[in-house]
Design a binder for this molecule. Sequence first.
Ligand SMILES: [Fe+2]
Ligand SMILES: [Fe+2]
Length: 305
Amino acid sequence: MDKTSSQFTPSPTPRKIPFTFPDDLEPVWKPDDPEFCAMVNGASITMPFLEPFLIKTMREASAGLAEGEVKESSRAFNMQEQYHFTTHRRFNELIKAKGYPELAAIEHDLKRHYEKLKGQSLRKRMAYTAGFEAMTLGVTKWLVDQRVELFGGADTRVASFVLWHFVEESEHKCVAHDVYKAAFGNGVGAYLARVYGVFHGSLAVAWYSMRGYKAILKKDGRWYKARSRWQLARRQWGFLRYAVPFLLRAAWPGHDPRKEKELRWVQDWIGGYDRCPEGQVPLLDTSHPAMPVPFDAQNAAANVA
Ligand SMILES: [Fe+2]
Ligand SMILES: [Fe+2]
């Protein structure tokens, strides 16, 4: 066992944060960037179908493992994913009710996709799970590095919810990979199946997300407008520029997600949350020029009060 893989990684912490999506929240929650809003809303549509699949697969793959760090982390992973998809489901209901009922057709196809996957081998499903999780690390880096450009001036209720999700994606970055290796080993067959999963998991979710944002932008009358398509291309490039290197590294032999660098902002968010009063929703200041983690400002406000 090499030095890196023997490092102890603490179990992820599930945080049930009471985000609310009241009626005054608009599907274009960042008025100057409806294309990015459509991308996020489109990706959100996939979560209540994808994440229950990840949980079921993880549960099945870890069932035969001995009690220990990996199994313990898999339970925490499942709880985090459960909080993610239940929050996304509430958000998605609002989006659909606010003028996009056609997204239900994509939900129907997502349901069929995961029903079909159920018939695949556990190794294939777990490789899909670990593969998708590899992409989330690239997305986290994109959203965190570019947070001021992507979320500056946005409705904080959406910005804070999306960044919470991806902070936790970063926190459980090793879990699916560890379970895959513990359950299926390091042999050539397991490696090749894992590489297939990297692209299977990430491309499938990207495909349904694309269908989601295409439907949204068509409904808005933006899909055929050159200016809108240019802005969408800029955002797509941002996503690819960050996600692809993570996918390529994930497909490399001997890949270990522990080697992916931790992000300072993510670490600050995790550390800050420990000081956050229970039941409080950590809301970002989206008008701040650096958009810091929200906790210090909230504590300062609480102390003044
Ligand atoms: Fe998640
Ligand atoms: Fe995840």
